[in-house]
Design a protein around this ligand. Structure first.
Ligand SMILES: [Fe+2]
Length: 194
């Protein structure tokens, strides 16, 4: 496992920050795949994200991101299980792509109130003057390329209007360990992700 920085929201809710150590070539390939996906799917999803973003089941629409998704989920499983002292399995329930350009932003929101539900952002192409992701009341994290941020689905976050571009993969994942009596379920469509 890579080194992990740990922050707390309201002294209670953890936010993990780490890196996957992807090579520059890997990041370039991922970014090219994101650009290609956007070219093929120019219409943005509609949500709290006021920037182009793909549908929430992008991982089921293409296999272009299978390799990086696998790495992200592996790292998230290790970090969350290590933190919670558990041995359960988290799988992707939603995955989508985001491309923020100058002026784009995201309204404050959370993804899911369930305690065994996590979300993450993996940044693949960001400029130095890009906006942070803000976790109210006072945690701001300025993304860097290859940075992975993990947080509970109930943790609120927002992105103020950005000056520099910020391209990232977002994933929601859920503990499907049946020994806990939890099974994969379809997330209600009325929930708005970003
Ligand atoms: Fe979000």
């Amino acid at each position: 496992m890579q080194e992990v920085e740990l922050y707390y929201i309201k002294k209670k809710y953890p936010v993990f920050v780490t890196y996957l150590n992807a090579s520059k070539k890997d990041l370039k390939d991922i970014n090219n795949n994101i650009i290609k996906y956007r070219e093929d799917n120019p219409k943005s999803n509609d949500s709290n994200v006021k920037a182009w973003h793909s549908t929430y089941n992008t991982h089921e629409q293409t296999d272009s991101f299978d390799s990086i998704n696998q790495k992200i989920v592996h790292e998230c499983n290790e970090i969350i299980n290590d933190f919670n002292d558990t041995k359960v399995r988290y799988e992707i329930t939603n995955m989508w792509l985001n491309m923020y350009e100058k002026g784009d932003h995201t309204v404050n929101h959370c993804h899911n109130a369930l305690g065994n539900y996590y979300s993450c952002c993996y940044y693949t192409d960001v400029e130095e003057n890009c906006s942070p992701i803000k976790f109210p009341p006072k945690l701001d994290i300025i993304p860097k390329n290859d940075m992975l941020i993990i947080f509970g689905g109930h943790v609120y976050h927002e992105v103020p209007p950005t000056s520099g571009k910020r391209t990232l993969i977002s994933i929601n994942f859920f503990n499907i360990d049946e020994s806990l009596g939890i099974k994969r379920f379809d997330v209600p469509l009325k929930l708005k992700y970003s």
